[in-house]
Design a protein around this ligand. Structure first.
Ligand SMILES: Cc1cc2nc3c(=O)[nH]c(=O)nc-3n(C[C@H](O)[C@H](O)[C@H](O)COP(=O)(O)OP(=O)(O)OC[C@H]3O[C@@H](n4cnc5c(N)ncnc54)[C@H](O)[C@@H]3O)c2cc1C
Length: 284
């Protein structure tokens, strides 16, 4: 199939993109890496009257340290994040997660901001943002505002982004010396979206975990935090007994949605396996 006809504007500034979004509302779509949008256009799952190409906006590029946060511009590609020494040093969970996103050709074009704005519940970046306590920086007619990752993902492919706003960056608190993080996922083939995935972070002192954050992919309409299970792990050494209690808690807490090939029961089981496996690696 081919896309339905649409008008195309290559935005010359963030302000112009926002102005066009404000005037065209739901009839307009922003184009970033195009790795999702082009497919949905060609399959006519999306038929906007106007496509606003933001790829020329230099202000949306770049990865930099700003005080206590790592600011990742919306147009940073998955590959740029994967290969960034700054990311490896200050947010190593992202370096670990990036190779799980699709394949190299897609990672070379797909963007951080596009993945966050699209809000696929099985995608890596939204889950990592939650696991790391990150913030989404958006810009609209009134300027920038910051939305905690915990509040950003509101439903299936739905976010707190207003129709006349774009994602300009994501901010990740820099890893402290006692930080631990990890990613584990199960996919049918490398590069496929995860059937179930887990991005996790914690602080670790003398083997004891605190500030545990567990963000699951592929189980709910949004990336999902297992808050009761986090509480079971907080203040504990992740030894076998603690992990058994955490897995028990998780399997009671989680209520996974099925997908085309996996039942909720399968996903509940797999989520427990991932939790056990990943948190065992948090032992000193
Ligand atoms: C075969 C295949 C496999 C894939 N596998 C995975 C995978 O395993 N894991 C994974 O996480 N992803 C996967 N993806 C998706 C990929 O990561 C995309 O790059 C990503 O979802 C969207 O980023 P993009 O820059 O390509 O956005 P686009 O396709 O350009 O846009 C996607 C949506 O986000 C909106 N948008 C884009 N940027 C912004 C912005 N700055 N502000 C507001 N709205 C914006 C667009 O309007 C559109 O609605 C896969 C894609 C393909 C084609």
């Amino acid at each position: 199939m081919k896309a339905a006809a649409f008008d195309y504007v290559r935005a010359g500034s963030i302000e112009q993109a926002i102005d066009l979004l404000g005037r065209h509302g739901d009839d307009a779509r922003v184009l970033a890496g195009g790795q999702t949008l082009m497919a949905t256009l060609n399959m006519r799952l999306s038929e906007p009257a106007l496509v606003i190409d933001i790829t020329g906006l230099a202000a949306l590029r770049g990865i930099e340290l700003r005080g206590e946060v790592l600011r990742i511009g919306a147009l940073s590609t998955h590959t740029q994040i994967e290969q960034s020494p700054l990311v490896a040093r200050h947010a190593p969970l992202l370096t670990e997660a990036a190779p799980h996103i699709a394949h190299r050709a897609i990672r070379n074009s797909g963007t951080w901001g596009g993945s966050i704005a699209y809000a696929d519940p099985a995608a890596e970046w939204p889950a990592c943002l939650l696991a790391l306590g990150g913030t989404v920086v958006v810009q609209g007619p009134a300027g920038e505002r910051r939305i905690a990752g915990d509040d950003f993902f509101t439903g299936l492919y739905a976010t707190a982004l207003r129709p006349d706003e774009i994602v300009v960056a994501g901010e990740i608190p820099v890893a402290t010396p006692d930080a631990w993080s990890g990613m584990s996922q199960l996919a049918r083939r490398h590069g496929d979206y995860a059937i179930v995935g887990l991005a996790a972070s914690a602080r670790r002192q003398g083997g004891v975990l605190s500030s545990v954050r567990l963000a699951f992919m592929g189980v709910a309409t949004t990336p999902w935090r297992a808050r009761r299970t986090e509480a079971v792990l907080d203040g504990q050494v992740p030894d076998e007994g603690t992990l058994a209690r955490a897995v028990d808690c998780l399997r009671g807490e989680i209520d996974p949605l099925p997908d085309l090939t996996n039942t909720p029961e399968t996903k509940r089981h797999l989520a427990g396996v991932l939790l056990q496996r990943l948190l065992a690696s948090a032992r000193p």
